[in-house]
Design a protein around this ligand. Structure first.
Ligand code: SF4
Ligand code: SF4
Length: 137
């Protein structure tokens, strides 16, 4: 029998390292620079993944959500439960590529965040500007 998406995620050491038990506290989202400038929400990702709902996992793997994390690892030391959303995201990205579900940042993707407008950052130029902002380049 084919493995489920969740079982395939569990084969990834980053996933096993990254997911303990999420209590939905939102600390990761509060400190996440990607969440600050877009509608990305690491809490939602972790919470959704731990529910092991295959149809939701499939949707997540096909979404742009998993490509919004800047892999800054700010979330690693902050989670009170020892989760690392960044590692979970890395495992999700790998599985998304494997399963053909990936939709990387589109050049002209529009970011809806009001914060982006406030910061006067032109995200319509694509991910390069986004990562420049994240890493202060
Ligand atoms: S900080 Fe940890 S426990 Fe809190 S929402 Fe994020 S992953 Fe879950
Ligand atoms: S590694 Fe990703 S999820 Fe974690 S704080 Fe940085 S941008 Fe947010």
């Amino acid at each position: 029998m084919d493995k489920t998406l969740y079982e395939r995620l569990e084969e990834d050491v980053r996933f096993r390292e990254g997911l303990n038990s999420c209590m939905n506290c939102g600390v990761c989202t509060a400190i996440c620079p990607a969440a600050e400038v877009s509608d990305y929400d690491p809490r939602m990702v972790v919470s959704l993944v731990q529910q092991k709902d295959e149809s939701e996992l499939e949707k997540l793997l096909k979404s742009n959500t998993i490509w919004r994390c800047g892999e800054c690892l700010s979330c690693k030391p902050r989670c009170p439960r020892g989760n690392v959303p960044c590692y979970i995201i890395q495992a999700l990205r790998a599985l998304s590529v494997e399963t053909g579900g990936t939709q990387r940042f589109e050049k002209n993707e529009k970011y809806s965040s009001a914060k982006a407008d406030e910061l006067n950052i032109d995200f319509n130029e694509g991910k390069d500007d986004y990562f420049k902002y994240l890493y202060n380049e």
